[in-house]
Design a protein around this ligand. Structure first.
Ligand code: CUO
Length: 677
């Protein structure tokens, strides 16, 4: 998708056979020749059906092919809507027409704009919604790794003999900075490929704007926007403590200089430019960029902020006609992000989206230097920047202020307990060490780049990068049920046991540090029960193979076929489920709760209880209700009525276990599934 469709790369390729109508005017006289020149090397030639009417893109075609595309720009959103409308309007099951429309659009539009619209359209068309999306790392590898990789890949492609074993290009672990910058300690988290893929995919599933309202209005999407990002902040803060740093400071005073710098060292292959860096000490400034149709002042931001804060403190949103509606978490998320579901876009603006914009153009607020956005403006790259966390800590603070306000009632005992259900023990067990110990280590895995590189005619190009991982483990929970057999939801969370000063937490601080590890429904029989659950089944994560396509599988290396398991791409990566910990062992509180299923259940169309095969905790379920009726983050989503610390909070259906996370800092292990070790 990042390459011209008409240029197959070599033998054994599938190519699209195009006629002149598909081509840009500049190429029209060459169309036939191009097909002949390359088409005879290919094993599969897919003729494209001529379209009765060629699609027109009066807005989207104005975006140059080598320009940056940013969803945070309203003008680009308008372009995307236009393209999506065209792709959605092709009648259902007319797949030849859809294919030709996509091929034509791909050839006439900015590739990033096209790829976004194509992905969203595939996901939302009834006839293609089960088609797996190509892994974004393979399509746009330049958004995920050091630009030097591509020079080396070019060289390898030119020199490597056909059929010779592929030597992976090593991406160094520390390519963006040194430890002189304390924030660099978190680079393994911020620059992780799986973490960034998750974030990209989440925003693809939950667009804040689309041509059709139902594409946005998914069950509890505003609340999930807040909860998923809250969990990112909780996970990041936990990692900071593991790295001797304090929790991230929310970016609240907007005229203050930003001490965090970021030099991404990524090249954007479609714009042929590097992503601009940000020096330390820069400040937000009013934006006036006619080229992007973007004119925004800090005053606008301040006004929206005051209006959102008013809504939180009064507990009501004011609608355009002046009437009010009680504020709930879902409305708050849509209001703050903002999505097209905002109760009043005039009054509440788009606080979160424009925070991304103010930072993305901080180096050239008036387009004086013809510079484009920084990594902050792309969902696939924004989590690399330390400022992402400062901004989302601000957004999260609004969410927490709402949860601490009077409009959210504290849980009563009957909302927390589960009469007759008692947890007698809960522990972590693994084959790699003592009970209640989690073991983390560094691993090197390979990703395939060739699909996103138009020069790699000789097949596969592998990049090898280092990431955190952990040994598989399982939870074992002993339960006494004094009543009849029943369903229960098992909720598993974890948080550091002490704060940055090594002091025990007060619950109202620790509750914000709890990261969800798993959530599933199970049956309790009468009497004693033992629940065993593997870490790889987590409802938070997608399997390892979905982040790193299993390159060791025959056929996977060159065919580009995605395995059936890559069906749901949204989900926290399994290799980042467990925080890093420390070599000495970091103390964590494992919290397990068995909640009353009568208050948990939702009526999904097929009536089945929630499934954990998809990463539903952060991503929801495709075309279904969010599989848990409780507020997201329950029972830690709001302050407790009376408990000062976790111990006080515990009821018989809850359990706290002391666990340790021990990091093996070396040696770095090589993923046994890499095609060449
Ligand atoms: Cu995901 Cu700001 O919402 O990046």
């Amino acid at each position: 998708l990042n390459e011209p469709l008409i240029y197959p790369k070599g033998d054994n390729e599938t190519v699209f056979q195009v006629t002149e109508e598909f081509l840009d005017e500049d190429y029209q006289n060459n169309g036939i020749e191009i097909n002949n020149r390359y088409g005879d090397k290919a094993t599969d030639v897919i003729p494209l059906k001529n379209l009765k009417r060629l699609p027109e893109f009066p807005k989207a075609s104005k975006l140059p092919k080598d320009a940056e595309f940013s969803l945070f720009l309203p003008s680009h959103q308008e372009m995307a809507k236009e393209v999506m409308e065209v792709l959605l309007a092709v009648p259902e099951n007319q797949l030849q027409d859809l294919l030709s429309t996509c091929a034509y659009s791909r050839m006439h539009l900015n590739p990033q704009l096209f790829n976004y619209c194509f992905s969203v359209a595939l996901m939302h068309r009834p006839d293609t919604k089960n088609v797996p999306l190509q892994n974004h790392v393979e399509t746009f590898p330049s958004k995920f790794m050091n630009s030097q990789v591509f020079g080396q890949a070019r060289e390898a492609a030119a020199l490597q003999a056909k059929g010779s074993p592929r030597i992976p290009i090593i991406i160094p672990r520390d390519f963006t900075a040194t430890d002189l910058d304390v924030e660099h300690r978190l680079a393994y988290f911020r620059e992780d490929i799986g973490v960034n893929l998750h974030h990209w995919h989440w925003h693809l599933v939950y667009p804040f704007s689309a041509p059709r309202r139902e594409m946005v209005a998914k069950d509890r999407r505003g609340e999930l926007f807040l909860y998923m990002h809250q969990q990112i902040i909780a996970r990041y803060n936990g990692e900071r403590l593991n790295n001797m740093l304090s929790r991230v400071k929310k970016f609240s005073n907007w005229s203050e200089a930003i001490p965090e710098a970021y030099y991404p060292k990524l090249d954007n292959l479609t714009t042929s430019r590097g992503w601009p860096p940000r020096q330390a000490g820069m400040k937000w400034q009013d934006l006036d960029r006619p080229v992007d149709n973007l004119k925004l002042t800090l005053g606008d931001m301040m006004r929206w902020r005051r209006n959102v804060e008013d809504a939180i403190s009064t507990g009501f949103a004011v609608l355009p006609d002046g009437s009010t509606q009680p504020l709930d978490a879902d409305t708050l998320g849509n209001m703050v992000e903002a999505s097209i579901l905002s109760p009043n876009p005039q009054l509440y603006g788009a606080l979160h989206n424009n925070g991304h914009n103010f930072t993305a153009y901080i180096h050239d607020p008036q387009h004086r230097y013809l510079e484009s956005t920084s990594v902050m403006a792309d969902e696939a790259t924004t989590m690399r920047d330390p400022f992402f966390y400062r901004w989302h800590a601000f957004v999260d603070d609004l969410y927490q202020k709402y949860k601490e306000s009077e409009s959210v009632t504290r849980y009563t005992r009957s909302q927390l307990d589960n009469p007759g259900v008692q947890i007698t023990n809960a522990r972590i067990v693994s084959d790699s060490g003592p009970d209640n110990t989690l073991n983390t280590f560094w691993m090197q895995s390979d990703v395939e780049l060739s699909k996103g590189l138009d020069f790699s005619e000789r097949g596969s190009v592998l990049a090898r990068f280092t990431h955190l991982n952990h040994r598989d483990f399982r939870y074992e929970i002993d339960v006494m049920n004094s009543g009849a057999a029943r369903l229960t939801t098992v909720r598993i969370f974890m948080a550091p046991s002490v704060d940055e000063r090594n002091l025990p937490w007060i619950l109202n601080d620790q509750r914000k540090m709890f990261i969800e590890m798993d959530k599933f429904v199970t049956t309790l029989n009468g009497g004693a029960n033992k629940i065993v659950r593997s870490s790889t089944e987590s409802s938070v994560t997608i399997p390892f193979e979905q982040t790193f396509r299993d390159l060791s599988r025959p056929g996977d290396q060159t065919s580009g076929e995605l395995t059936s398991t890559s069906f749901c791409g949204c989900g926290w990566p399994q290799h980042m489920l467990v925080p890093k910990g420390t070599e000495a062992g970091a103390q964590y509180d494992l919290f397990v709760m068995l909640s009353n299923y009568d208050l948990d259940s939702v009526n999904n169309p097929d009536g089945s209880p929630m499934t954990c095969k998809e990463a539903s905790s952060y991503c929801g379920l495709k075309d279904r209700l969010y599989p848990d009726r409780r507020s997201m983050g329950y029972p830690f989503d709001r302050p407790s009525r009376d408990a000062a610390n976790l111990q006080d909070f515990l009821l018989p259906n809850m359990f706290k276990q002391d666990v340790r996370i021990v990091l093996q800092n070396s040696p770095v292990e090589i993923n046994p599934r890499n095609p060449r070790n």
